[in-house]
Design a protein around this ligand. Structure first.
Ligand code: O2Y
Ligand code: MN
Length: 645
């Protein structure tokens, strides 16, 4: 970390990039990239930052930033015996998640953004946001974070530079991306990078005491993407996807726009490596909507003896067709920003092992012995904790006989926020694949799409061809579990699990997917499957999920090999009754007869349900009008006709 207060701040007021670069040499700034220096200086000038610090990405810098935050009350250092190198942060109660209605796509023509993007006029937005950025870093340090999404030097990786006034962002970016001088070196004096502006939007007056989570009110927050110029402008939030701009903003929204222009794919997909008892490995990428267990699947402990899952990524995949005609994928990230509540030794033992050290926890509860706790952690609730809002909470039994936390005012509430997070280095995952950072990536053998569908959708279904695969992805979604009763049972369509991350018209995005067989041999593309771990009946979930999902993955591998027993149906290839390896499968609520009936229901076509499903998909297509690729309409008609036979 180098504070270039005098040199850089003077440069901020200088006239030309050339002068800036000369000053860079004089001041030993870590880059001679004239355009980058000029951009940093202009932003420092606009925001009136107190000083500018170029992040070098070192361990010492990370430690120094953590110490500053501990001193300022932003971080609580956790018990070094229980959680060495770990910290807890508590956000402002209003700044706890991605803000979809304040997330914008700014491109010239509204119709290019389409029905799933929150379009805004780029000229207007530049004006509005320049005004809010003016003076927004008074009293604060501007950190320059050069970062690489993907292994440095990979032909699939991209470089970004985030300018931020949040030390919390700096340390999280250290974990989630590859940060620092090595990135500037790769960038050189003329390299291309994605410009990411971020401010928490809370300037400090002289002598004003800072809060532990400064941020702007909701109506002043902007998470903006200028797709045509590959820029991200974020203001007012310090949380997760709103502020760690490499993740959702760059690696999904900006990257998927670039991918369309350049002929590759940037997807909301985990990547796992599955190895059979015979030692044959398969790489599988899977797109599930948020909160469908992507991190759990990526780190799964298979319940089938001899099978092994290793993690390559848990959230995002960047994929390019290479010379061999296959689709190669990298995980652009370097860490996990996982949801804490519900993570336990039962649901995800490898995540629990990953977060034993060097992890930042946000909005979890603090125990009296300096450890963290959350609902669904699988350990007993402590009698007393400090909750995510910073209140003393005590465990009581309420009138319904349920154990709950209450604060000093007697108000009930969860100890950890439902979107509490852990930020942990991927290298700490005990099942991280040895080749997870291979700059070449890994060749993808299969895609899975999925969602949370309590009815109709079978456990697993293989697409008949590529158009069918895109159709399946376009129809993905989850049934809402909203507290609003009128909404329960409604499927929120989430094409390819990209709904919150589209940066251009979804119809054009689907067309982009449909063009993949034009770029390579269709049989070299991954085989595609739709999975549903969430079917329910009167007994509850019909499938155990978690480690038992390995049984489905085994069948997927068999299908890749051209083996695996399947029956052709109107909706795709379904496993025959004896196709899944069910050795040792136990559902304690179902006896043998019940299991047979359950598996029969999970692996058959509910024709009447599917007819309704097809109508619902057709309705979901209506918003794309004539822009919807004809191939998808034709596929829908084909399946509809087959269901009537
Ligand atoms: O709430 C946030 O800011 C994070 S959202 C997130 C984080 C990690 C992985 N996936 C997601 C998501 O919403 O898909
Ligand atoms: Mn995600």
């Amino acid at each position: 970390m180098s504070c270039k207060k005098t040199a850089t701040c003077k440069c901020a007021c200088s006239k030309t990039a050339k002068t800036t670069a000369k000053k860079a040499v004089a001041a030993k700034l870590p880059t001679q990239h004239e355009e980058l220096l000029a951009w940093v200086n202009n932003f420092a000038k606009l925001t009136q930052a107190k000083n500018v610090v170029w992040c070098d990405g070192s361990k010492a810098e990370y430690k120094e930033m953590c110490d500053i935050m501990v001193k300022g009350g932003v971080f609580t250092k956790l018990n070094a015996k229980k959680r060495p190198g770990c910290y807890l942060a508590r956000s402002h109660w209003s700044d706890v998640a991605r803000v979809e209605d304040r997330t914008y796509i700014a491109c010239t023509r509204k119709e290019d953004a389409g029905p799933n993007c929150n379009w805004i006029d780029p000229t207007e937005l530049r004006k509005t946001m320049t005004a809010v950025y003016k003076g927004c870093m008074k009293g604060r340090t501007l950190y320059v974070i050069p970062f690489s999404m993907g292994p440095i030097g990979s032909d699939i990786a991209k470089i970004g530079v985030e300018l931020t006034d949040s030390p919390y962002v700096v340390v999280n970016m250290h974990i989630m991306t590859r940060v620092g001088t090595k990135v500037l070196k790769q960038l050189g004096a003329k390299g291309e990078y994605i410009k990411c502006l971020h401010s928490i939007g809370s300037p400090l007056k002289a002598g004003q005491k800072d809060s532990t989570w400064p941020c702007a009110p909701i109506d002043k927050k902007y998470i903006a993407h200028f797709t045509e110029t590959s820029e991200i402008w974020s203001f007012g939030s310090g949380y997760g996807g709103n502020a760690l701009l490499g993740k959702k903003c760059l690696a999904l929204r900006i990257a998927s726009y670039m991918a369309k222009q350049e002929g590759w794919l940037a997807e909301h997909m985990l990547i796992l490596k599955l190895t059979s008892p015979e030692g044959k490995s398969y790489n599988i990428a899977a797109a599930f909507p948020s909160a469908c267990g992507k991190t759990n699947l990526a780190m799964m402990e298979p319940k089938l003896p001899g099978w092994k899952v290793e993690t390559i990524g848990d959230d995002i995949a960047w994929m390019k067709i290479k010379e061999d005609g296959r689709l190669w994928a990298i995980n652009p990230e370097a860490g996990f920003f996982g949801v804490a509540p519900g993570t336990s030794m039962d649901s995800n033992p490898n995540a629990m092992r990953t977060i034993t050290k060097n992890t930042i926890f946000t909005n979890c509860a603090l125990t009296d012995d300096g450890d963290i706790w959350w609902e669904g952690m699988g350990v007993p609730a402590p009698a007393h904790v400090i909750g995510w809002k910073g209140d003393d909470l005590t465990l009581k039994v309420n009138e319904q006989g349920k154990k709950v936390y209450v604060n000093a005012k007697g108000e009930e509430g969860p100890a950890a926020h439902a979107n509490a997070r852990f930020t942990a280095p991927a290298t700490q995952c005990p099942v991280i694949a040895a080749n997870w950072e291979d700059p070449a990536g890994v060749p993808i053998d299969a895609f899975l799409f999925g969602g949370r569908r309590p009815t109709v959708i079978p456990l697993v279904n293989q697409a008949k061809d590529w158009t069918h695969a895109v159709f399946m992805g376009s129809a993905a979604g989850s049934e809402t579990t909203a507290a609003n009763l009128s909404q329960i049972g409604v499927v929120r369509r989430d094409p390819m699990a990209m709904l919150p991350f589209f940066s251009y018209n979804t119809a054009d995005y689907l067309l982009h997917w449909l063009t993949m067989p034009l770029r390579t041999d269709a049989n070299k593309l991954p085989k595609v499957f739709f999975t549903n771990w969430f079917r329910k009946d009167e007994k509850g979930f019909m499938w155990n999920g978690f480690g038992d999902n390995a049984r489905v993955l085994k069948w997927v591998c068999e299908r890749i090999e051209g083996k695996g027993k399947a029956k052709e149906t109107a909706i795709g290839f379904l496993p025959t009754a004896d196709a899944l390896d069910m050795t040792g499968y136990v559902d304690k609520n179902r006896d043998a007869a019940c299991m047979t009936a359950t598996m029969e229901a999970l692996l058959s076509v509910d024709t009447e349900g599917w007819k309704k499903e097809i109508t619902a998909v057709e309705e979901s297509y209506a918003k794309f009008g004539n822009r919807l690729p004809y191939a998808l309409k034709a596929k829908l008609a084909e399946i509809s006709a087959a269901l009537k036979k």
